[in-house]
Design a protein around this ligand. Structure first.
Ligand code: ADP
Length: 264
């Protein structure tokens, strides 16, 4: 009896070892695959706007253009520059986060007016009205300790995704509310949504959903990784929910609320 117990234990231990080894190897393979996709995505993301800027610059200098045409080209060049600026900004922030040098300057911040400004800026950048944005802020003054620049990156990345992963007419809602000791900021869209199997992975570095629709949209899989990193560094957490493909997604950020500063 003893020999058979020991035998069973050995078999169990070996099997367990194999399972662990398999998991480790597939995690590493998965990361390698994501890294390879990332490199080609970044190359593509950098090359496309640069190539287009080159064409527009040449057109501006070599062709006779009427003011309307110049104006249109200027708008297109601004969009390309915007795309490059966002990509380089995200790459630098991720590099800083990974080397531990992403320094946050926390100070009391009233979220309501700040959020209205960030939403307005994004609405302007993505094309007025293109997001179909609805902002619902609690009338309560909601204060947190935050780095406004880093937190803007969070909201901008979520709004940029709500734009990228939905088709017209888009409906994006941003809500801000108090919840006991916390503040809840929710960005939800009526876009393509995320399947249950992909939900736990969207915050992983380099992860992009592997469907045809995502492949057609520019991206590197860094935006949500950065969102999570920044929110966590504020002592908060971020969650995602979706009723699946075709039913939109909602990203909920929970931040610790602070008392209204005395001077205000
Ligand atoms: P990307 O640069 O690819 O947009 P992110 O890290 O921001 O990288 O997002 C990771 C992936 O999660 C995206 O590639 C996309 O597949 C999915 N995703 C993110 N936001 C949304 C959204 N609002 N709706 C549907 N899918 C989304």
């Amino acid at each position: 009896f003893r020999a058979s117990t020991e035998g069973a234990f050995m078999v169990f231990a070996v099997l367990f070892g194999f399972v662990l080894l398999y998991r480790k190897l597939s995690e590493e393979l998965d990361l390698k695959l994501r890294q390879r996709n990332f490199t080609s995505a970044v190359t593509h993301e950098l090359k496309t706007p640069i190539a287009s800027l080159r064409v527009w610059t040449e057109t501006l200098f070599t062709r006779e253009l009427v003011p309307d045409q110049r104006q249109r080209i200027r708008g297109l060049m601004e969009k390309d520059l915007e795309r490059l600026n966002e990509l380089v900004g995200n790459l630098l922030d991720v590099a800083r986060a990974e080397s531990g040098s992403l320094v946050l300057h926390l100070a009391p911040l009233e979220l309501g007016p700040w959020l209205a400004g960030v939403c307005e800026g994004m609405d302007h950048r993505l094309g007025p009205g293109a997001l179909g944005l609805k902002l619902e802020c609690s009338s309560d003054p909601l204060w947190v300790d935050a780095d406004p620049k880093a937190l803007s990156t969070v909201v901008e990345n979520l709004l940029s995704n709500a734009y990228k992963y939905a088709s017209e007419p888009r409906q994006t809602t941003v809500t801000l509310d108090g919840d006991g000791e916390d503040v809840l900021l929710v960005v939800s869209d009526q876009g393509h949504g995320i399947s249950a199997k992909d939900l736990p992975r969207v915050f992983h570095r380099f992860f992009r959903v592997g469907d045809e629709m995502t492949r057609q949209v520019a991206g590197t899989g860094l935006g949500l990784f950065l969102v999570k990193e920044i929110v966590t560094r504020h002592g908060g957490e971020v969650r995602v929910s979706s009723r699946g493909p075709g039913f939109g997604s909602a990203f909920t950020i929970r931040l610790p609320r602070r008392a209204v500063p005395e001077a205000s």
